[in-house]
Ligand binder design. Structure first.
Ligand code: 5RP
Length: 260
């Protein structure tokens, strides 16, 4: 039997539910990865079932692809879909400019490629992910396994010169084994505490041999939908500067909460 939804589950579900209202019939849609994105996939599948929408979806991980197909959504590779209308994804941190840290779920590479290949990216989140300055959440960096200790060393050297408060680096583990991304790479988590110049840091990291991509998403996100435990949702649009508030009402028995 599944447990009752927590306030955090409700907050994520409210943001997820609101976000799928931005999807229109015929759209090509990027599907993010993580617990909030999983709720969005469920809410989207419900709309497809009840409204008969025709959508083409591109997933940002095998996890999301499996879930979306299981829920009855049509999922194709990005190369088949071409350019996307909209990507909806979660985030680990966002600031006032809608700069993000992503990759807590280890899918940052596909997430960044898919977001960059979309007209619009909407982030869905609960209020706890909002920060004044990025960096409290360890920054995930995807690296090639070959020579990863040399890559880690070079990242460390570069961090000494960077505008950050912390320099600790740890390789992400999955139990006793190193975590592997969908591409078979490792993730190094950088405990930076505070990132002073995210753009410079992103460029610096991506110039190091062995680094595939980092979890800073800069200039990619267009709007954020922030859910609250009582069902309130706030939608902030970066381009129009508008903020909308409304409520999404759920029953504990709603389909979106099944098997949480
Ligand atoms: C996966 C991600 C996720 O979007 C991020 O970690 C947020 O996850 P959740 O919705 O479970 O809090 O970047 O790589």
């Amino acid at each position: 039997m599944s447990k009752p939804p927590s306030r955090s589950d409700r907050a994520k579900a409210a943001a997820a539910q609101r976000s799928v209202a931005f999807i229109e019939d015929g759209m090509k849609v990027g599907l993010g990865t993580g617990s909030t994105a999983a709720l969005m996939v469920r809410a989207l599948a419900e709309r497809v079932r009840t409204e008969g929408l025709t959508l083409t979806c591109v997933a940002t991980s095998t996890r999301t692809a499996d879930q979306a197909r299981g829920e009855g959504l049509k999922v194709v590779p990005l190369d088949e879909a071409g350019w996307l209308d909209l990507t909806i994804d979660g985030a680990d941190e966002f600031d006032a400019d809608l700069s993000l840290i992503k990759g807590g779920g280890g899918a940052l590479l596909q997430e960044k490629i898919v977001a960059a290949a979309s007209d619009r990216m909407i982030v869905i989140t609960d209020a706890s992910k909002e920060v004044k300055t990025l960096g409290a959440f360890p920054l995930p960096v995807e690296v090639i396994p070959f020579g990863w200790t040399a890559t880690q060393h070079l990242i460390g050297e570069n961090l000494e010169e960077a505008d950050v408060l912390g320099t600790e680096i740890s390789r992400r583990m999955a139990g006793s084994e190193p975590f592997r991304t969908d591409e078979g790479n490792f993730i190094l988590d950088l405990a930076l505490v505070r990132i002073g110049d995210a753009r410079k840091l992103s460029l610096t990291l991506n110039q190091i041999p062995g680094v595939v991509e980092n979890g800073l998403f800069l200039g990619l996100c267009d709007a954020v939908i922030i859910g609250h435990g009582d069902g309130r949702v706030e939608t902030r649009d970066l381009h129009t500067g508008t903020v909308h508030e409304e409520s999404v009402l759920f029953e504990e028995t709603d389909n979106i909460f099944r098997d949480l």
